[in-house]
Design a protein around this ligand. Structure first.
Ligand code: ASP
Ligand code: MG
Length: 425
């Protein structure tokens, strides 16, 4: 058994879905579980819908829902030129329910409603894709990951309960394969808590879902199909002359993902490493090509310098007003708040009397954060920064990324250099 994962870009329109069908044809004779993300930018669109709902802006939520429905219905029309009635009605119903929900006065916990709404992108994409695969002669079956992946009740970032999840996934997948299905199509990114309420695993969490299924079913291997040829030593968006990393050890991949290499979600590797399940990263545009493989090995890290860029960063520095040192008590206070607000810290550094951390500007409410810390700390911040991580750095690579930049902060270990930089004026 194999697990395949297709992200939003690989199913962004009818042509893309047809291409997914072609990729799958190459593996027709083996049992497959296909984990799929929401189509294109649907998750972002659903986030906007959630915001409008939370603000009781019914006009806006209705308009945005109509837009998203039209996008999906166009894909359906193109994929099912002969008879799209059944799937079209099913999807229309999901949007009708969503519209009805958003027409009610908003009440309750924002993050709870967020998960109920945001998870729909994956539900919709998998319904369409499972139906499409059946029209091209696959024995495919839609499988509801919301009922299989058990998490705690931390909305937007559910923590997986592995024991329960393993039992649920094994029972369901085995049952569906025994019924003669050869492809099970399921949602990335979603789960449920012990009360059966839908949860999500954190943005971009579909890779992690693929790893969860792989771990629970002890599969042969996992493939993440991307629009890049594999794991590159830098994001081609920011860098020319990228190099494909053909073979990567689990250990190295964990480091790269942790520092923010965008090809794989950071939580993906550890479950696979535990069971020694290889992870392939391949191009859905060029499925014959070898791509990258991440697997257990000591031998073959080539130590090619890899660059990980995070743009639009903000550096926040806190100095206690009571002249206390940055030790346990202050750290507990600071991290307690960041954890409560689900703010991910990309880099941190401290001196005796100040603590600095770097976060994605887009993911925080900067004013609120400053306001909160201002009670006890002198707060300084610096926006518009880039965070560059270089694995296996050397002098020329450091020079390459700092041309006409000012270095605001720098951390180096033997293998890894991390620089917070800003365009020189
Ligand atoms: N659709 C979700 C997101 O965009 C999950 C994923 O794509 O991995 O965050
Ligand atoms: Mg996505």
């Amino acid at each position: 058994m194999k697990i395949f994962k297709f992200g939003g870009a690989s199913v962004k329109d009818a042509g893309a879905v047809i291409n997914v069908g072609k990729v799958l044809k190459r593996y027709e004779n083996e049992p497959l579980i296909v984990v799929v993300s929401a189509m294109g930018k649907t998750t972002n669109a659903l986030e906007s819908i959630m915001q409008a709902y939370g603000a009781n802006d019914k006009l806006l939520s209705t308009e945005l829902i109509q837009e998203s429905e039209a996008y999906h219905q166009t894909i359906i029309k193109d994929l099912f030129p002969n008879d799209s009635r059944e799937i079209s009605t099913e999807i229309a119903q999901i949007f009708a329910d969503l519209t009805a929900k958003c027409e009610q006065q908003f009440e309750g916990e924002y993050d709870y409603h967020y998960d109920q709404i945001i998870s729909l992108g994956e539900v919709i994409s998998t319904k369409i894709i499972a139906a499409y695969l059946n029209t091209i002669q696959f024995k495919s079956q839609w499988m509801d990951a919301r009922k299989l992946v058990r998490t705690n009740s931390r909305w937007r970032e559910g923590r997986v309960n592995w024991e329960v999840t393993e039992v649920l996934i094994q029972a369901k997948a085995n049952q569906l394969f025994e019924q003669g299905n050869s492809i099970l199509v399921t949602q990335g990114f979603v789960g449920h808590n012990s009360e059966g309420k839908t949860t999500t695993l954190g943005r971009e969490g579909s890779d992690f879902t693929a790893a969860i299924f792989a771990y629970c079913l002890d599969v042969e291997d996992v493939t993440i199909w991307k629009d890049v040829p594999g794991m590159l030593n830098a994001d081609p968006k920011y860098f020319d002359n990228t190099v494909l990393l053909e073979k990567i050890s689990f250990k190295e991949a964990i480091e790269l993902a942790y520092f923010g290499a965008s090809v794989i979600h950071p939580k993906t590797i550890q479950p696979l490493k535990r069971k020694k399940i290889p992870l392939y990263i391949k191009s859905f545009l060029n499925p014959e090509a070898q791509g990258s493989v991440i697997q257990e090995s000591l031998a073959y890290d080539d130590h090619i310098p890899s660059f990980i860029f995070k743009m639009d960063q903000v550096l926040i520095s806190l100095t206690p007003k009571d002249f206390s040192f940055i030790v346990e008590e202050n750290l507990e206070r600071i991290f307690g708040h960041l954890n409560k607000k689900k703010i991910r810290v990309n880099l941190m550094q401290n001196s005796a009397v100040s603590f600095s951390f770097v976060v994605d500007r887009a993911r925080i409410d900067l004013d609120k954060l400053i306001q909160y810390f201002q009670t006890d700390y002198i707060v300084r911040y610096n926006e518009g920064l880039e965070l560059v991580t270089i694995r296996h750095y050397d002098e020329p690579t450091l020079k390459r990324v700092t041309v006409s930049k000012d270095i605001i902060l720098e951390q180096k270990s033997r293998q890894t250099a991390r620089l917070v930089i800003k365009d020189s004026l």
